[in-house]
Design a protein around this ligand. Structure first.
Ligand SMILES: CC(C)(COP(=O)(O)OP(=O)(O)OC[C@H]1O[C@@H](n2cnc3c(N)ncnc32)[C@H](O)[C@@H]1OP(=O)(O)O)[C@@H](O)C(=O)NCCC(=O)NCCS
Length: 155
């Protein structure tokens, strides 16, 4: 198995990211994203990629408001899980948020224990009104069927 590296996404990673998110989306673990959405958010993404260019992990930092960012689309291919790659993706997103001067970062997730280990705490959705204005209104699961757990970290 090629030793992968963590880096910012490039245009050639998008189809790999799309397929990763699609697989986990089918399993109900996260929301899949369309190719057009991924192209327009390319600069949000970090990837774990092999030397042959295969995308085996991804995650994105999305700016929501002047003091709030969101970690989205964290996914590690099953063959590469439990090797620290998920943690490295989240840490890269948090580091980028600090660089941008945004000190509150949240995630909506089913993986509570993973994010807890990385310093996130469960919060109430009412503490994230900007997210609801920007995104949730457009989601088919809003407001009654959203069962993702909101978690936040203050940097
Ligand atoms: C959740 C996910 C990203 C974790 O990635 P990973 O690369 O396996 O995680 P890491 O190896 O970096 O784990 C970091 C730490 O979290 C722990 N951890 C990982 N997954 C965990 C889980 N499901 N429950 C509890 N702890 C978990 C690891 O044991 C490790 O702990 P340690 O630092 O004490 O050794 C991966 O399982 C995944 O892609 N899941 C499917 C998609 C998904 O649910 N994404 C979250 C969307 S927000």
């Amino acid at each position: 198995m090629n030793k992968p590296i963590l880096r910012k996404a490039i245009i050639h990673d998008i189809e790999g990211i799309y397929n990763l998110l699609l697989e986990f989306g089918k399993a109900g673990k996260l929301l899949p994203r369309s190719l057009s959405e991924l192209y327009s958010h390319l600069r949000d993404f970090f990837v774990i990629a092999t030397s042959k260019g295969k995308t085996v992990g991804c995650g994105a930092l999305s700016i929501i408001w002047k003091d709030l960012a969101e970690i989205r689309s964290v996914a590690i291919h099953p063959d590469y899980q439990k090797q620290g790659w998920g943690k490295r993706i989240v840490e890269a997103c948090l580091s980028e948020s600090l660089t941008l001067g945004i000190y509150r970062v949240f995630v909506l997730t089913y993986e509570k224990e993973f994010f807890k280990k990385l310093g996130f705490e469960v919060t109430d959705r009412s503490h994230l009104p900007e997210k609801i204005w920007v995104d949730c209104f457009r989601c088919p699961k809003y407001p009654d069927n959203c069962d993702e757990i909101p978690m936040i970290i203050e940097l």
